[in-house]
Design a protein around this ligand. Structure first.
Ligand SMILES: *[C@@H]1O[C@H](CO)[C@@H](O)[C@H](O)[C@H]1NC(C)=O
Ligand SMILES: *[C@@H]1O[C@H](CO)[C@@H](O)[C@H](O)[C@H]1NC(C)=O
Ligand SMILES: *[C@@H]1O[C@H](CO)[C@@H](O)[C@H](O)[C@H]1NC(C)=O
Ligand SMILES: *[C@@H]1O[C@H](CO)[C@@H](O)[C@H](O)[C@H]1NC(C)=O
Ligand SMILES: *[C@@H]1O[C@H](CO)[C@@H](O)[C@H](O)[C@H]1NC(C)=O
Length: 554
């Protein structure tokens, strides 16, 4: 006990006071927090002293990680009005893997546009001790729509321009006088030398792109250096080089040409080799970003179309053996990587019709864009059916009119994020990864004008970046629920309450309760015979952390 208190004082002394948000009120909306090369708001997590709890609150009204410390009391038999949440740490669910965001070309170009001290503030804000303590990154393999142009690795030479297949023909060896180079009309069939293989199936032209060397790799390395937790990186390919595709284009309706199934598996292996050689170990790959995008002719972004059957064939015959027989055999392979409404159908088809897929894949990746169509309970159902396959959220972003993509200070988007995160995590997800880690003020760059919002907007001309309300929505979970935390049971005495809640037991043996309430209300959190009574403002996100050592349950 004494030991614990000593640590608390040490930490408080080391970290000092949090720097508050340099708030700018956006008329009719909430606030943004402005960071420059010398100032950026910080947040420290205080281990709750025994018998106490700490609350962190962000609100539509403009609070950002507002911190208070309270004392746990004995249960009040006549508590103040409002719902009571009973936390039961002995009922445990999934183990949390982590939270994070994506190092796209767009994000890393904007990161590179900042001064060195501002970049450091950026990395600290997301991954550092005094920041959101993110622990995940998603990185594209090659280009996406959030690139300034379309590209893939090994695009050139599409043909074997080095004539590596050159040899004389049977006709030369067996019959011919040296009077014709290859065949003529006086041959029994048409032929030339070096006819096969037409394409560079051995990927001899593979190299990383300028975007990797100049933008993505430096940004990821800066993050790995500044991160408090070990960063786990998930890589996904949007589109292979065009020559592997039936439509010979980056966007639109397409399939992988069957001759290149193995080449495309090798393409993933090459990426892993090249990133590892650059000092960036990859923790997981997905089997391809949004495979159903390439099933429709109208989707104007880099994609490759698959149906569940062809994808399963490729996983079993090519990707699985290639990865599992390589030095990257322990990497996590995540399938689906597509929208929630498709997930049940897609996973069932793959896992039931092609059971060998289950031997290859470790997890299922899901995106957020059509979440309103299908309730989150489908995720728990899939998890119950395949309990050894974890489910990870790999992409989310707030968006609206692409011509007016960035809504400065929009609290509705924070609400959208936190509601989705709580619902997802309450339904078995082990983590949640945001899309572009930052963008410019137009929500780009994006080669196709498919602009969206981001949790951070970089304003190079002002030497600033600004934190949107969604930044804090992410932080209310990422900061307080580190890797290895277990989700635990929390129940309410009110049916259909206006509050969304999820709770965790952290590796530090603290209990974290995340609450989002839309209405002014009090809340009582009851745990192990103790109670934390808190008053919540309207439209607030609150994280409550309670000391585990003062609880009677253990
Ligand atoms: C940086 O931000 C701080 C806090 O808002 C402000 O006091 C300071 O003047 C800013 N520095 C520059 C160079 O704009
Ligand atoms: C050329 O390609 C064909 C078909 O893949 C192969 O059988 C042959 O050995 C290759 N020749 C050379 C010289 O690489
Ligand atoms: C790939 O092909 C291009 C164009 O021919 C060439 O400039 C580049 O050096 C090649 N890269 C590798 C790694 O072979
Ligand atoms: C590894 O390769 C060998 C031979 O090519 C093959 O028989 C085996 O099934 C592969 N192992 C895996 C795990 O794919
Ligand atoms: C979490 O899931 C349970 C059922 O598993 C449900 O009763 C509860 O309402 C859910 N909570 C939230 C915040 O979605």
């Amino acid at each position: 006990m004494v030991f614990l208190i000593t640590i608390v004082y040490l930490l408080t002394a080391t970290h000092g006071q949090d720097l508050p948000c340099a708030a700018q009120q956006i008329p009719g909306r909430s606030v943004i927090c402005v960071c420059n090369a010398t100032y950026c708001d910080t947040i420290t997590r205080i281990p709750p002293p025994p018998g106490s709890f700490v609350t962190y609150t962000s609100s539509a009204r403009g609070l950002r990680f507002h911190k208070t410390i309270g004392r746990l009391s004995l249960i009040d038999l006549d508590p103040c009005p409002g719902p009571t949440y009973t936390v039961n740490p002995s009922v445990k669910y999934q183990t949390i893997e982590g939270f994070g965001s994506s190092v796209t070309d767009a994000a890393s170009i904007m990161w590179s546009s900042m001064s060195k001290p501002l970049r450091k503030k950026f990395v600290d804000s997301y991954y550092g001790d005094n920041g959101l303590e993110y622990s995940m990154i998603r990185v594209p393999i090659g280009g996406t729509d959030f690139s300034t142009h379309t590209y893939a690795y090994n695009e050139l030479p599409p043909y074997d321009i080095k004539l590596s297949n050159f040899s004389l023909a049977m006709e030369d060896y067996r019959y011919k006088l040296p009077c014709a180079i290859g065949g003529t009309d006086f041959s029994t069939h048409t032929y030339a030398y070096n006819e096969l293989p037409p394409y560079d199936i051995k990927l001899s032209n593979f190299s990383l792109a300028m975007e990797d060397y100049r933008y993505k790799i430096p940004m990821i390395k800066a993050i790995m250096k500044g991160a408090r937790q070990k960063v786990h990186i998930i890589a996904s390919c949007w589109s292979p080089p065009r020559w592997m595709k039936t439509n010979n284009a980056f966007a639109g309706y397409s399939r992988l040409i069957t001759d290149y199934y193995q080449t495309y598996a090798d393409y993933h292996l090459k990426f892993l080799e090249h990133y590892t050689a650059e000092g960036i170990p990859i923790w997981g790959i997905t089997t391809g970003n949004e495979p159903t995008d390439g099933m429709g002719a109208l989707i104007r972004l880099n994609c490759l179309g698959w149906n569940a059957d062809s994808m399963a064939t490729w996983i079993i015959n090519n990707l699985g053996p290639t990865i599992r027989n390589s030095s990257f055999k322990d990497i996590k392979i995540l399938c689906a990587d597509d929208q929630r409404p498709l997930l049940d159908y897609w996973v069932t088809l793959m896992f039931e019709d092609h059971p060998k897929v289950q031997e290859v894949v470790d997890g299922i990746a899901v995106h957020f864009y059509f979440d309103s169509v299908t309730p989150p309970s489908v995720l728990s159902r899939i998890n119950a059916q395949y309990p050894d396959k974890f489910i990870m959220g790999t992409e989310a972003t707030a968006m609206g009119d692409p011509n007016n993509a960035v809504n400065f200070g929009d609290w509705d988007r924070a609400r959208l994020y936190i509601s989705d995160i709580i619902n997802d995590i309450n339904n078995s997800l082990v983590g949640w990864i945001d899309w572009n880690m930052c963008l410019n003020k137009d929500g780009g760059p994006n080669w196709n004008g498919n602009n969206v919002d981001s949790t951070v907007i970089v304003l190079p001309e002002l030497g600033q970046f600004i934190k949107q309300p969604t930044f804090y929505a992410m932080g209310h979970i990422s900061k307080f629920v580190p890797r290895g935390s277990r989700r635990i049971q929390v129940t309410s005495n009110e049916e259909g309450s206006s509050m969304l809640t999820v709770a965790f037991l952290t590796p530090q043996n603290t209990v974290v309760v995340l609450l989002y309430n839309r209405l002014p209300s009090n809340a009582n959190i009851v745990l192990g015979g103790k109670q934390a009574s808190i008053v919540l403002e309207p439209d607030t996100i609150t994280t409550v952390e309670l000391s585990g050592s003062s609880l009677t349950y253990d």
